[in-house]
Design a protein around this ligand. Structure first.
Ligand code: GLN
Length: 486
């Protein structure tokens, strides 16, 4: 059983279907591994009784012989998804001990597909951050180098999968939170087109940007999970797309001969670390060897995506987070004399510094007199950024470049300078603002740390991205390497 955790989702599924291992054995194996790696800080909640009950139910389905392919495969969820059987905190003190009375669409879809929940994963508070250093429950460590961040905000998701504590995990991506931790931890992760996955039960950060997606080791595994997670949820999420989930695995093996890969010159500027650039160039050369054609393109407003995103996301956050007032749910201060003081003191105690910074910024850009100058301008430029992509997609089929300017940084490195976190989001924000599908796939290493290749597609073209990543993974083995000692 020792090699069970080495299996990909697809391989484990084959073992489960052939009854070479039971879902209960698999669940126990992973729970034991999770218990042994508390040092990573990846998990916020586990519950053996709940997990084993789900695993036994999966075994009964498997015994009947007509179970869906993911039946019995363990998964862990970012603590942004509300779950009935586990507490949900969003990495915030504000929701300490919160139990949701309902289940998010994404987690319930994966349960219907037969997946067994291992627990809930640490993340930056309300998904605000790029290094998982903003969690009220402590930082997450990168299994490749525990002195470094795993990326964020889905840092627990990435660390858990990279340390082989789960074969796959869910994440959410508002401005890069699936792609960047996938890149920093040597994993594959995909954010689908905005609207593909339901936001119902996903604790809101910036609603016009938030999307769910999987992190796993291979593009094939991501395809399987994505197919199970996506689909219309029109009654419960007003921005849900009326587009049926596709069988994303069906197109994985298609050839990429003649595929035009657009390489934006703005993604290769001065801020890009030379070793990261080298790994990306190698991956692009590999894709050319597989028949793809490289074309130079321009996304001229790339740099503007940082101020635009941090205005719009903060504005939406200030509105979304107003519900945490000590009345409806979550933390309430013990210390107050009147209602106003109760609100103030509850929010002072419940939110961390970064969340407060965003709420203050958001309230400012939405306030009378500044709305036109900041929020409205940002909305206009957001539209132009989306238009730039449509221009680019006239010359190419897929866009490729780095996910982040550097590899994982050391914990504490950005502490004195929150702007350093914001600037590191430069390559992931444009696709988020445009609502385009985008993913990260392992491209190589720089000084022993993983580097991710970002692939961006036009709307609803997740299959094409997964196809390119899969072909790359047929020709390389970066995605199968594991950190030392894991
Ligand atoms: N780093 C970005 C932020 O802090 C993105 C976070 C995310 O995608 N949730 O807002």
């Amino acid at each position: 059983m020792s090699q069970l955790h080495q299996l990909t989702v697809a391989q484990l599924s084959a073992w489960l279907c052939a009854r070479q291992v039971s879902a209960e054995e698999a669940a126990r194996h992973y729970l034991a591994r999770i218990a042994g790696r508390g040092d990573l800080g990846a998990f916020l909640a586990t519950d053996e009784a709940v997990t084993l009950a789900q695993a036994r139910a999966a075994d009964r389905r498997l015994a009947q012989g007509d179970a869906p392919l993911l039946t019995g495969v363990p998964v862990a969820h970012k603590d942004i998804f509300v779950t009935r059987d586990f507490p949900t905190t969003a990495g915030s003190k504000m929701l300490q001990g919160y139990r949701s009375p309902f289940e998010s669409t994404v987690t319930s879809k994966l349960a219907v597909a037969g997946m067994v929940t291992l627990g809930k994963l640490n993340c930056d508070e309300f998904a605000m951050g790029s290094g998982n250093e903003n969690s009220a429950y402590g930082p997450v460590r990168n299994p490749w180098d525990t002195a470094r961040v795993p990326g964020g905000s889905s840092g627990g998701s990435a660390a858990a999968v990279a340390a082989l504590l789960a074969p796959a995990a869910t994440g959410t991506d508002t401005g890069g939170s699936i792609r960047q931790p996938a890149s920093f931890c040597g994993l594959t992760g995909i954010k689908p087109t905005y609207g593909r996955a339901s936001r119902y039960g996903m604790i809101a950060y910036a609603s016009s940007l938030d999307q769910a997606g999987p992190l796993a080791r291979t593009a094939e595994d991501c395809a399987w999970l994505l197919s199970a997670m996506c689909g219309p949820d029109l009654e419960r999420d007003s921005t849900s797309l009326d587009a049926p989930a596709e069988d994303f695995a069906a197109a994985l093996n298609g050839g990429i001969d003649g595929l035009r890969i657009g390489v934006p010159r703005e993604f290769f500027g001065d801020g890009l670390a030379p070793q990261v650039r080298a790994a990306i160039e190698e991956a692009l050369a590999q894709l050319e060897k597989l028949g793809a054609r490289r074309v130079g393109i321009s996304l001229p407003r790339t740099a503007l995506s940082i101020p635009v995103y941090y205005i719009i996301a903060a504005a939406e956050a200030s509105s979304n987070l107003s519900r945490y007032d000590g009345v409806k749910f979550g933390h309430r201060t013990q210390n107050y004399r009147d209602l106003t003081q109760m609100y103030e003191q509850t929010r002072t105690e419940g939110f961390g510094d970064e969340v407060k910074r965003r709420i203050i910024t958001g309230a400012y850009v939405l306030s009378h007199g500044y709305y036109d100058a900041y929020y409205l301008q940002a909305q206009k430029i957001r539209r132009m950024i989306a238009d730039d992509f449509q221009q680019a997609f006239q010359q190419c089929d897929v866009i490729a470049g780095p996910v982040a300017p550097t590899t994982a940084w050391e914990r504490g490195e950005h502490r004195a300078d929150p702007l350093a976190d914001y600037l590191a989001d430069i390559y992931t924000l444009p696709a988020s603002l445009a609502g385009l599908p985008a993913m990260s796939a392992p491209a190589g290493f720089a000084s022993g740390l993983p580097v991710g290749l970002q692939l961006i597609g036009n709307y609803l073209q997740e299959s094409r991205l997964l196809n390119v990543a899969h072909r790359l993974q047929q020709a390389t083995d970066f995605h199968l390497r594991a950190p030392q000692g894991v």
